[in-house]
Design a protein around this ligand. Structure first.
Ligand SMILES: *[C@@H]1O[C@H](CO)[C@@H](O)[C@H](O)[C@H]1NC(C)=O
Ligand SMILES: *[C@@H]1O[C@H](CO)[C@@H](O)[C@H](O)[C@H]1NC(C)=O
Ligand SMILES: *[C@@H]1O[C@H](CO)[C@@H](O)[C@H](O)[C@H]1NC(C)=O
Ligand SMILES: *[C@@H]1O[C@H](CO)[C@@H](O)[C@H](O)[C@H]1NC(C)=O
Ligand SMILES: *[C@@H]1O[C@H](CO)[C@@H](O)[C@H](O)[C@H]1NC(C)=O
Ligand SMILES: *[C@@H]1O[C@H](CO)[C@@H](O)[C@H](O)[C@H]1NC(C)=O
Ligand SMILES: *[C@@H]1O[C@H](CO)[C@@H](O)[C@H](O)[C@H]1NC(C)=O
Ligand SMILES: *[C@@H]1O[C@H](CO)[C@@H](O)[C@H](O)[C@H]1NC(C)=O
Ligand SMILES: *[C@@H]1O[C@H](CO)[C@@H](O)[C@H](O)[C@H]1NC(C)=O
Ligand SMILES: *[C@@H]1O[C@H](CO)[C@@H](O)[C@H](O)[C@H]1NC(C)=O
Length: 224
C-alpha cells in the first residue's frame, strides 16, 4: 500500500439527522446533517431519491458537504434523501430520510359529469367531482347557493334534477395542518328539454328571426 493511504480509516455507520421532518411548504427550511462513526478523508454526496442533489439558491450544501439545507421547502422536497460517504478505501450510504410537507389546498378543479359544461336538461343525473392538491388530503364540503350541504368528500350526486336546482354549487376545501381554506364554484343551469313544451320552440323561432334580421342588416350595410 502506498504511503498516502496509511492513515485511512474505513467508513462505518453513516447516519442522517433531521429535525423536524414535518414541514410547511414555502415556510419551513429543512436541515439534514450526515455523520459517520468512523472514517477519514471523507467525501459527501447527497441523493434525492436516486438523483444527486446540486446546490442552488434554495439548496445549500455546507460544512464540507456534510450538511444539506433546503430553504422554503416545496411539496416536491419530500425525498427520500440519503447521504453517500466515500473515501479511497470504502463507501457507505445512509438510511433515507423523508419529509412530510404540508401544503395547499390549491389547484382546485370541479367537473360535472366529467365535463366543463354547466347546462343540463331537467331529469338529468349530475355527478359533481371536486379535486384539490393538498397535503394532508383536504376535507371537501359542498354548498349550494352559499348554504353548506350535508355532503362531504369529492362527489356530489344529484339525481333527476329540476329547474329549481339551478344555481351556484361550491366545493369548499380545507387543510387542518396549513389552516388554509379554498373554494371553487360553478353555476349549473337546469333547463327544460327542447322536446317538452312549446315555450322552447318560441324561443328558437324568436332567435331565428333575430338572425335573419341581422343578416338583412349586414347585407344592407355591405351595399352602402
Ligand atoms: C451510529 O451512529 C449513531 C449516531 O452517531 C449512534 O447513535 C449509533 O450508536 C452508531 N451505531 C453504531 C453501530 O456504531
Ligand atoms: C463538495 O461538493 C462539491 C460538488 O460536488 C465538490 O466540488 C467539493 O469538492 C466538495 N467539497 C468537499 C470538502 O468534499
Ligand atoms: C422564503 O420565503 C420567505 C417568505 O415567503 C421569503 O421572504 C424568502 O425570500 C424566501 N427565501 C428564499 C431563499 O426563497
Ligand atoms: C428532489 O426531487 C424532486 C423530484 O425530482 C424535485 O422536484 C425537488 O426539487 C428535489 N429537491 C431537492 C432539494 O433536490
Ligand atoms: C462503493 O464501493 C463498492 C465496493 O464496495 C464499489 O463497487 C462502488 O463502485 C463504490 N461506489 C462509489 C460511488 O465509490
Ligand atoms: C420514504 O418514502 C419512500 C417512497 O417515497 C418509501 O418507500 C419509504 O418507505 C419512506 N421511508 C420512511 C422511513 O418513511
Ligand atoms: C376543464 O377546464 C379546465 C380549465 O379551464 C381544463 O384544464 C380541463 O382540461 C377541462 N376539462 C375538460 C374535461 O374539458
Ligand atoms: C338516474 O339514476 C337513476 C338511479 O341510479 C336511474 O334509475 C336513472 O335511469 C338515471 N337517469 C338518467 C337520465 O340517466
Ligand atoms: C346530515 O347527516 C347526518 C348524518 O348522516 C344526519 O344525522 C343529519 O340529520 C343530516 N342533516 C341534514 C340537515 O340532513
Ligand atoms: C370562497 O373564496 C373566496 C376567495 O377566493 C372568498 O372570498 C369566499 O369567502 C370563499 N367562500 C367560502 C364559502 O368560503
Amino acid at each position: 500500500m502506498t504511503h498516502q493511504f496509511i492513515d485511512l480509516v474505513l467508513i462505518s455507520n453513516v447516519t442522517l439527522k433531521a429535525n423536524p421532518t414535518d414541514l410547511m411548504e414555502f415556510k419551513s427550511s429543512a436541515v439534514v446533517t450526515c455523520s459517520v462513526s468512523s472514517g477519514s478523508s471523507l467525501y459527501f454526496l447527497w441523493l434525492n431519491s436516486s438523483s444527486e442533489v446540486t446546490g442552488s439558491d434554495r439548496v445549500q450544501i455546507t460544512d464540507g458537504n456534510s450538511t444539506l439545507t433546503i430553504v422554503n421547502v416545496t411539496r416536491y422536497d419530500q425525498g427520500p434523501f440519503r447521504c453517500l460517504v466515500i473515501n479511497p478505501l470504502s463507501n457507505s450510504t445512509s438510511a433515507p430520510v423523508n419529509f412530510t410537507i404540508n401544503y395547499g389546498p390549491d389547484n382546485m378543479a370541479l367537473t360535472v359529469n366529467g365535463q366543463n359544461t354547466t347546462s343540463f336538461f331537467v331529469g338529468s343525473n349530475l355527478t359533481l367531482l371536486c379535486s384539490a392538491q393538498s397535503g394532508p388530503e383536504a376535507r371537501l364540503q359542498w354548498a349550494f347557493r352559499g348554504e353548506t350541504l350535508n355532503t362531504t368528500g369529492p362527489l356530489l350526486e344529484l339525481l333527476s334534477v329540476s329547474e329549481k336546482q339551478s344555481g351556484s354549487y361550491s366545493c369548499l376545501a380545507s387543510n387542518h395542518r396549513t389552516n388554509v381554506n379554498r373554494n371553487i364554484t360553478t353555476n349549473i343551469m337546469v333547463a327544460k328539454s327542447p322536446l317538452s313544451g312549446s315555450e322552447q320552440l318560441r324561443v328558437h323561432v324568436g332567435l331565428l328571426s333575430l338572425l335573419l334580421l341581422v343578416g338583412v342588416l349586414s347585407s344592407l350595410s355591405g351595399k352602402l
